[in-house]
Design a protein. Structure first.
Length: 94
């Protein structure tokens, strides 16, 4: 759960290159972000932009050493989204 006091300007937490993939994000606009708890290696943020709320997940290159398999996660998430059990993925970097 995200506490309101933890909100910060998105550009203060996440690079512009990554935020460019968030619908409704503009450099001059107001977008907010808050780090989500959990995860051993990857960082997840709730981002609020003009087009809505989104989750941005930034993979840690060392995450596979913890057993993470990002390709498998992407595939399983896409299957869950197709079944109506999860939101669609908007962008995935390879």
């Amino acid at each position: 759960m995200v506490q309101e006091s933890a909100r910060s300007r998105a550009l203060g937490l996440i690079s512009e290159e990554i935020l460019a993939h968030v619908p409704g994000f503009t450099v001059g606009g107001t977008a907010w972000a808050a780090r989500l708890a959990g995860g051993r290696g990857d960082a997840s943020y709730r981002v609020e932009a003009s087009a809505g709320r989104f989750v941005v997940r930034i993979h840690d290159p060392a995450a596979p050493t913890f057993g993470a398999n990002h390709q498998r996660e992407e595939t399983l998430h896409a299957v869950a989204a197709a079944a109506g059990l999860a939101p669609a993925l908007i962008h995935v970097d390879d």
